[in-house]
Design a protein around this ligand. Sequence first.
Ligand code: PAF
Length: 279
Amino acid sequence: MKTFTDPAALHAWCAEQKRAGRRIGLVPTMGFLHEGHLSLIREARRHADDVVVSIFVNPTQFAPNEDYAAYPRDEAHDLALCEAEGAAAVFLPKPADLYAPDASTWVEETVLEKGYCGAQRPIHFRGVCTVVAKLFNIVGPDVAVFGQKDFQQAAVIRRMVRDLNFPIEIIRAPIVRDEDGLAKSSRNTYLTPESRAQALSLSRSLRAAKAAVEAGERDAAKLEALIRAETEANGWIPDYVTVADADSLEPRTTVTPGHNVILIACRQGRLRLIDNVLL
Ligand code: PAF
């Protein structure tokens, strides 16, 4: 497995692979890899000959009051996991390798980024789109894989790819959960045993809402109330709980099975978790 810190060296290697007729897959991550990320690497390997994993805690997607400095990092462990999963290359740039001190160009999707997490984190998706566009330019992948866990992010990136004509297939891979239902996230490391036990109310309430839809419920307000009651009773206070169209992310008052998703974000003090379920 090759490792790169220099964007130009990675670009040259990827170009050589492509000239040799190899399909390149990209899995962008911020490291501290867990089973969810590994599932993205496996998915990318199903669609590409060589998989590049990027590991970069991107400063431009964190607001000053957020956890950029504290974000968990473990480079040696990440590299071992990438190697074991058969990644062909890992890209580990430093901020100065990707951002000139006077960088003044941004990539911004302006519609899908507005609500949900974008409402709480106003500069977040501009940072995500900018760094992902840079990674796309450096690697030139045929396919890139993102997790369903960050549902809004995947929707924003798909829109960016369409709007900017990146010739890249975007795959959204299913959420990977712990056995008890908690969606895997690098930030789960911030949870105490008690807050983790209470956090199971997110996935439990989403499962209950999906079961209600399967039993015939179509009233989005009833599903949202069910989820709010369950998470609030467990000390996780919703930022948002919304039944939405799975493509446009527009809120829906009536469920159309096969086309909708329930998006939730809940807080407990400074902790914040997101989750979702396709209906
Ligand atoms: O989902 C993430 O880990 C990040 O937002 C991403 C896509 C790697 C961009 O920094």
